[in-house]
Write a protein that binds this ligand. Structure first.
Ligand code: BT5
Length: 238
């Protein structure tokens, strides 16, 4: 993986915490990765957990210098994973806003194949933590299995493809990235419920994302809202 510094550990609490500790003491810089075979305290967003048995899935954190557009780093990593999964396994994955990588079933229901958690490190960059289900997924989750049914993709093979796709996408400008992001988003056009902080909730149709990556939701009463942070649930049409 030319140009990348990859720190591989067998066991840790959370790769995000490890990379954060390195970055805050200037011991890690742009294109540094911590990857673990197992995390004993893998983090999801909002104090939720990220689970994976040892050696089965890709669990890594990637430090990127994102200039003044930290959210772009997340989009790049999510889009890079979609490309990498296509390259390694021939599978089509999509994004559920903002950056869940999902498999979409014929009826439109989705299951999560990868989750991302980003942390800003002031003056250094953004840490994008990503967990990718390959050999294992919890009930209701999805795994990246090849189109001919193989589920023995090595997590480090996936990492290597992911990093080269990140390099490819990073040379694109923000407008081009957001265009690719819009195309990958399965959320646009769907009826959604968005759960936001403080028990706030919004229901309507997701009609697009603006140039800052915020979701635009049109309520039945024709009022539109932009949402920067929240959990999206895709609803049945009706
Ligand atoms: C996420 O949170 O999707 C962010 C996950 C980030 C994990 C990576 S692994 C490497 C790096 N180091 C870390 O410590 N974290 C990052 P969220 O949207 O909050 O989703 C968490 C929820 O997904 C949990 O509450 C479970 O319901 C579910 N979940 C847990 N493990 C899962 C898995 N392997 N696959 C699918 N869903 C899972």
């Amino acid at each position: 993986m030319p140009g990348w510094t990859v720190i591989h550990v067998v066991e840790t609490g959370s790769t995000n915490d490890d990379l954060f500790a390195l970055a805050t003491r200037q011991a890690a810089r742009d294109r540094t990765v911590v990857v673990a075979d197992h995390q004993s305290a893998g983090r999801g967003r909002l104090d939720r957990r990220w689970d994976a048995p040892a050696g089965k899935n890709l669990l890594c954190s990637i430090l990127l210098d994102a200039g003044n557009r930290p959210q772009m780093a997340q989009h790049i990593v999510a889009l890079a994973l979609i490309e990498a999964a296509q390259e390694v396994a021939g599978v089509d994955l999509a994004l559920k806003w903002p950056n869940d990588v999902v498999r979409v079933a014929d009826g439109g229901s989705w299951s999560k194949a990868a989750g991302m958690l980003s942390v800003l490190v002031p003056d250094v960059g953004v840490i994008v933590g990503i967990g990718v289900n390959i050999g294992w997924a919890p009930e209701g989750g999805a795994r990246i299995v090849t189109t001919d049914g193989r589920d023995d993709i090595a997590p480090l093979t996936m990492l290597s493809k992911l990093l080269s796709q990140i390099d490819r996408l990073r040379i694109m400008d923000d407008v081009a990235i957001i265009d690719v992001y819009r195309t990958a988003l399965d959320t646009i056009g769907r009826r959604v419920r968005v759960e936001m902080s403080g028990d706030q909730m919004l229901e309507g149709r997701a009609i697009g994302v603006n140039d800052d990556g915020e979701l635009i939701v049109l309520e039945a009463c024709a009022m539109s809202h932009t949402v920067g942070v929240g959990d999206v649930i895709h609803l049945r049409d009706g």
